[in-house]
Design a protein around this ligand. Structure first.
Ligand code: ATP
Length: 607
């Protein structure tokens, strides 16, 4: 089988880390893909993302630094204490090992090579590295630590110093190159179909089967034909459909063509439930496999969904066991901790409200209009106490919409979702479109809705905040350009605990220069690879010459900024940076606000 030398991948990593241009990133990927034999395309893509497979089924890397220190010592014949010292000095086990390896006499390494069993395989290959990393990630039970260490030692013994740097970052789960899925899709389109404009075609397949390694290998091996055959199937989550927002009930009804299906907007966790016979899998909004978080939901799907093979979507909500009332989203967080699930099932039992069906017994339903999907959903679901269809109604007037909305809010919902019933009301995978419109009361009053922004930089704190960050530079996402544009500096809303944690939380993403996917007019003290998403609320959205979000869109030379931004305390760990609030949404929010509170704020200094 053809393979690729790992050193080629590592050279590419080094170049990616050095660039601050998004276009160069794509070009580098294209030249890497052109050199990669199709057989290992999937592995090249996984490793570049720092994973061993798609997010929904890859075994997790994340070997403890302590173990890697032992492995480095063993591989290089050094004392554990010396490796520890080097690690402390560099703060990165990869760099520490590289430096140590460069110091170890080359003769020692050569000695090893000649005595090694596999003398012929002196150079690491992508296939070989992948297999051994998989072995490390999968090792479990008694003896797992030893297996992890000995496998890592064998990898390190064959590694060049630079290879060791990246191997160790990968194995500890800290290879964070910040190469976005969209950049990879762009590069695949250029490499195998011949133009960047083919991205949307590959993206559709990716939305149906969000496994970039699989898609990459398919397009490399079979081009357009392979991509055409990608179909929705049970066990593989599809990218969820997202909603736009509006604040005026009359406008919502008009936008949706005179009438719409309005549903309760439950405040819980979105789940995609896949069922095949008695097997059930649950996936989160960001497509992680969360089956283990909700054994109670699994059981309900098994029992009350009458289909052999089906994919459903709904919102899981925590209930107060004494009153049956819905509890806020935060109470589901206990389900995320492995050892608390059992207890949480009693304290915060879950209910599921199903709102869509994407696949039924061999047939994909995503291209069917909503009324048809809803009918199928009603057919397969037998409602029970804690498994129900989302409460819904067809409305034709703003008054009806408001009445339903008020009822939803009084029952503990965030608002309502208004959905198109037209003939083209398909399920738009992975897209935020106008077929679904969310309506929360707060939109009517200035900026009381929250946004989810990505931390791209930070400013050092002073006085009481010395030693931590004083403010974070936050950005919205532009899917069109695949970049993050700054929209505010947030310094309020952080508790003492948050402040103490922040440097530690952000450290793994710290880089020496502005990330190539960040567009900023401000110079931060520290830059980060876009990764951490925080929920932020502000007083209003204003024009600002300091920020790059929507720059020139509303007024020449002015961007949009959030005034008086405050962290709400909610770390959006369920969102990837690309799921953050988009530039377009900020523009929409600005326009809505303008309508509510004319005259609009003039250009002002914003924080
Ligand atoms: P988004 O998911 O739009 O990026 P978000 O995660 O911040 O943003 P909201 O903007 O509050 O969430 O609204 C969309 C979410 O509402 C959905 O992702 C889903 O989890 C939830 N939801 C609750 N009830 C429904 C429903 N009836 N139909 C669709 N989504 C619903």
């Amino acid at each position: 089988m053809s393979d690729l030398e790992y050193s080629v991948l590592v050279d590419f990593y080094e170049k990616i880390e050095a660039t601050s241009s998004r276009l160069t990133m794509t070009d580098l990927l294209v030249s890497l893909f052109r050199r990669t034999p199709p057989e290992v395309m999937d592995k090249v893509v996984y490793l570049t993302r720092g994973t061993l497979g798609p997010d929904y089924e890859a075994p997790e890397l994340g070997v403890a630094e302590k173990l890697t220190i032992r492995a480095v010592a063993q591989a290089l014949g050094l004392n554990v204490r010396d490796v520890e010292a080097a690690y402390k000095k560099r703060g990165d086990i990869g760099l520490a090992a590289e430096e140590l390896m460069e110091k170890v006499k080359p003769a020692t390494i050569l000695d090893f090579f000649t005595s090694a069993e596999t003398v012929s395989k002196k150079r690491l290959t992508v296939g070989g590295v992948y297999d051994l990393l998989l072995k490390i990630a999968k090792a479990s039970g008694p003896g797992a630590q030893e297996t992890k260490i000995s496998t890592l030692v064998s990898l390190l013994k064959y590694a060049q110093p630079k290879e060791a740097r990246y191997l160790l970052r990968t194995v500890t789960g800290k290879l964070r190159l910040g190469v976005a899925d969209m950049t990879i899709l762009d590069a695949l389109a250029v490499s195998f179909i011949g133009s960047r404009s083919a991205r949307s075609f590959i993206e559709r397949a990716y939305n149906v089967h969000p496994d970039l390694g699989y898609i990459a290998k398919l397009v490399a091996e079979r081009g357009v034909e392979g991509i055409k055959e990608v179909k929705i199937r049970v066990g593989v989550p599809v990218k969820p459909m997202l909603a736009e927002r509006l604040s005026d009930p009359a406008e919502i009804i008009e936008k949706l063509g005179g009438s719409c299906l309005v549903e309760y907007k439950y405040d819980g966790e979105r789940v995609q439930a896949h069922k095949r016979g008695s097997e059930v899998f649950l996936f989160s909004r960001r497509l992680e496999n969360i089956t283990n978080h909700y054994p109670d939901v699994v059981e309900m799907i098994r029992q009350y969904v009458k289909a052999e093979e089906v994919i459903l979507e709904g919102e899981v909500v925590a209930l107060n066991p004494d009153t049956g009332e819905m509890l806020p989203f935060q109470d589901l967080m206990h389900r995320r901790r492995k050892y608390e699930v059992e207890e949480a099932m009693e304290k915060y039992p879950a209910a599921v409200f199903l709102f869509d069906i994407l696949y039924l017994d061999g047939r994909g339903l995503i291209d069917d209009p909503l009324p048809e999907r809803r009918r199928q959903l009603e057919d397969v679901v037998e409602e029970s106490e804690r498994l129900k269809l989302a409460k819904s109604e067809i409305v034709k007037t703003p008054e009806e919409l408001i009445k339903f909305f008020e009822e939803a809010v009084s029952e503990g919902c965030e608002g309502v979702m208004c959905k198109s019933l037209s003939n083209d009301s398909i399920y738009q995978m992975g897209a935020r479109g106008w077929l679904w419109v969310k309506f929360k009361r707060d939109y009517r009053y200035e900026m009381t809705d929250t946004v989810d922004l990505v931390v791209v930089g930070a400013f050092y704190g002073k006085g009481k905040r010395a030693g931590t960050y004083g403010a974070l530079l936050m950005a919205a996402y532009s899917p069109e350009e695949d970049v993050f544009k700054t929209v505010c500096k947030v310094g309020s809303g952080f508790s003492d605990d948050d402040l103490a944690q922040l440097p530690k939380l952000l450290e793994p993403y710290r880089i020496g220069h502005r990330h190539p996917r960040v567009v900023s007019r401000m110079e931060a003290d520290v830059w980060f690879t876009p990764f951490i998403v925080l929920e932020v609320i502000g007083a209003e959205i204003t024009l600002s010459p300091l920020h790059t979000c929507a720059l020139g869109r509303v007024k020449p030379e002015a961007g949009l900024a959030i005034r008086f931004p405050r962290f709400t305390g909610r770390y959006r760990t369920d969102k990837k940076p690309e799921d953050a609030t988009t530039e377009e949404e900020i523009v929409e929010m600005f326009k809505l606000q303008r309508r509510v509170s004319e005259p609009v704020a003039s250009v002002s200094e914003t924080s």
